[in-house]
Design a protein around this ligand. Structure first.
Ligand code: F6P
Length: 362
């Protein structure tokens, strides 16, 4: 009988999931292993199990297809986070049921493609005895122990494209344009897109902002003859002393949904400056569509490396981008805490050197 491995995609979808699936299936098949994929996230591992076989001959074209052909979920019995990122232990009987089904299907290993929530579940499954290998996915780029997650570069490109478009309309109308981007509690998308897309104000969760500082930047530009301003704000940014803006409070087994800061900010800026201000929420456009070339190659390297980990019996590990290339690191090292933008790091220093406001002056 042929060796068989399984793949699961968990949490929010992300550009490049299919490219990773393709790479894992192709690399596994060259070793003579079969692959199956659980459907609808980790829930597919529970009774009645839901999975499909993944034939390497069906992988054509998956490297540029968005979403995940396996489906995914960021709620339900397997949610590993609640509130604002508090870790929740998946009930033992749920983990055990998944492990029993894994054994019934005669699987050699499970490849878990996920962000911090899904990799927290992968670690919990590993602790039950399941041989798992993780692959770091998230547009938020907030996983520790890897220089970059896949999907992030695609999301940044999408945000930069939006800023370029907002630039021309802001300039034509002498307006302030506010672009709200995702990223949860990390400001990587806002920070990188803000620098690449020429934002004048970048607001990130790591640096609480005050309105006086934002208004001062807009007025400084006016005095300089620049009658429009581009503001990029991460969904997790908040006013100094304030709380997160949410579009949906945390329910049972799920995290709070961040969102709404862009419109709030636009209203306040208009009130305080008298300048016409508009807000755009980029939302799930950042998660849809084809991965960029950078993400495709990263997905492919991650997929191949995950299969090598299985061949070497290196379980409880996640493949990570390190300065030396893609290499396995312990999953616990990646999920211990989220990776955020350092206040005094290069990104902030570069922005400040260009005169970009992070909303914390004055
Ligand atoms: O973690 C990825 C992410 O897109 C976050 O940036 C965002 O806060 C969240 O997922 C949105 O989740 P949902 O798909 O439930 O709206």
């Amino acid at each position: 009988m042929k060796e068989r491995i399984a793949i699961v995609t968990g949490g929010g979808d992300c550009p490049g999931l299919n490219a990773v699936i393709r790479a894992v299936v192709k690399a596994a098949s060259r070793r003579g292993w079969e692959s199956i994929g659980f459907l609808g996230g980790y829930e597919g591992m529970l009774e009645p199990t839901q999975y499909r076989s993944l034939d390497y001959r069906e992988m054509d074209g998956l490297r540029f297809r968005g979403g995940t052909v396996l489906g995914t979920s960021n709620r339900g019995k397997f949610s590993a986070k609640t509130g604002h990122g508090e870790v929740r232990r998946v009930p033992e009987q749920v983990l055990q049921e998944a492990y029993r089904n894994f054994q019934k299907l005669n699987l050699r290993a499970l490849v878990c493609i996920g962000g911090d929530g899904s990799l927290t579940i992968a670690q919990q499954l590993f602790e039950t005895g399941m041989p798992v290998v993780g692959i770091p996915k998230t547009i938020d780029n907030d996983l520790d122990a890897t220089i970059m997650t896949f999907g992030f570069e695609t999301a940044v490109s999408c945000a930069v494209d939006a800023l370029d478009r907002l630039h021309t309309t802001a300039e034509s109308h002498n307006r302030v344009m506010v672009l709200e981007v995702m990223g949860r509690y990390a400001g990587w998308i806002a920070g990188f897109a803000g620098i690449a897309g020429g934002a004048d104000v970048i607001l990130i969760p790591e640096i609480p902002f005050n309105y006086d500082s934002i208004v001062a930047k807009i007025q400084e530009r006016e005095q300089d003859g620049k009658l429009f301003t581009l503001v990029i704000v991460a969904e997790g940014a908040r006013e100094s002393g304030g709380t997160y803006v949410t579009s949906d409070e945390a329910g049972a087994n799920r995290e709070a949904r961040l969102g709404g800061i862009g419109h709030l900010l636009a209203d306040r800026i208009q009130e305080r400056t008298g300048k016409e201000t508009r807000a755009v929420v980029l939302g799930h456009l950042q998660r849809g569509g084809s991965p960029t070339a950078w993400d495709r190659q990263l997905c492919t390297r991650f997929g191949v490396s995950a299969v090598e980990c299985i061949a070497d019996g290196e379980y409880g590990h996640m493949v990570a981008l390190t300065p030396e290339g893609v290499a396995p690191v312990k999953i616990v090292e990646a999920i211990d805490k989220i990776r955020t933008v350092p206040h005094d790091g290069e990104l902030v220093r570069v922005g400040q050197a260009l005169g970009i406001s992070f909303g914390n002056g004055l």
